[in-house]
Design a protein around this ligand. Structure first.
Ligand code: HEC
Length: 160
């Protein structure tokens, strides 16, 4: 005959086993989400190892006294098209943005200038900082291109 206490103890043990099983299941799901999300660059429920969530410091780049030869047509637009608009574009929705935030669209001049300082802090290079958080993967701009980006943005901002 089993004492009443045994039964109580057993169900407590079963509870703990169940609980562990559930927890293991949740962990497995989280691992799975992470594995799926990482290559896509997605941030799912804060579980994924996302792109570094903060930008760097301002580069300190300034517009040269004589101005710059870089223009939107000669530099800004092709730079964005080469390195940024496969994620940051008005034409991309949902998963096609690969996690790029809404309202950060760099396929038109106004979209770039709306967040010009952010772009400097995530992608630019200058006397105070070299910021390489963006783009998160290849192809990535050279150091010289990052310096040109920061200079071009500084001149555009100075001329507003
Ligand atoms: C492969 C896709 C991809 C490419 C290419 C890409 N980005 Fe991003 N971008 C992201 C993702 C994902 C985030 C969100 C990162 C985060 O918040 O942790 C992001 C965030 C940013 C932010 C910060 C937005 C904010 O919240 O302040 C800026 C600025 C930015 N990107 C600029 C650029 C620039 C400039 C380029 C091109 C040089 C670029 N990105 C290329 C995916 C991309």
């Amino acid at each position: 005959m089993r004492a009443p206490g045994d039964l109580a103890r057993r169900s407590r043990t079963e509870d703990i086993v169940m609980h562990l099983r559930v927890r293991r299941g949740v962990t497995a799901i989280a691992d799975h989400l992470r594995a799926v999300a990482r290559p896509l660059g997605l941030c799912l429920l804060g579980l994924a190892a996302c792109v570094d969530a903060t930008g760097g410091p301002p580069t300190g780049a300034t517009c040269p006294p004589d101005g710059t030869t870089l223009t939107y047509d000669s530099f800004g637009a092709p730079f964005m098209a080469t390195y940024c608009t496969r994620c940051h574009a008005t034409t991309l929705r949902g998963a096609d943005r690969q996690g790029a935030p809404l309202y950060h669209d760099f396929d038109y001049y106004g979209g770039v200038m709306a967040v010009a300082r952010h772009i400097d802090e995530w992608t630019g290079a200058g006397p105070d900082a070299t910021n390489t958080q963006m783009p998160p993967d290849e192809p990535a701009p050279s150091l010289e291109e990052r310096q040109q980006l920061a200079e071009w943005l500084a001149c555009e901002l100075a001329n507003r």
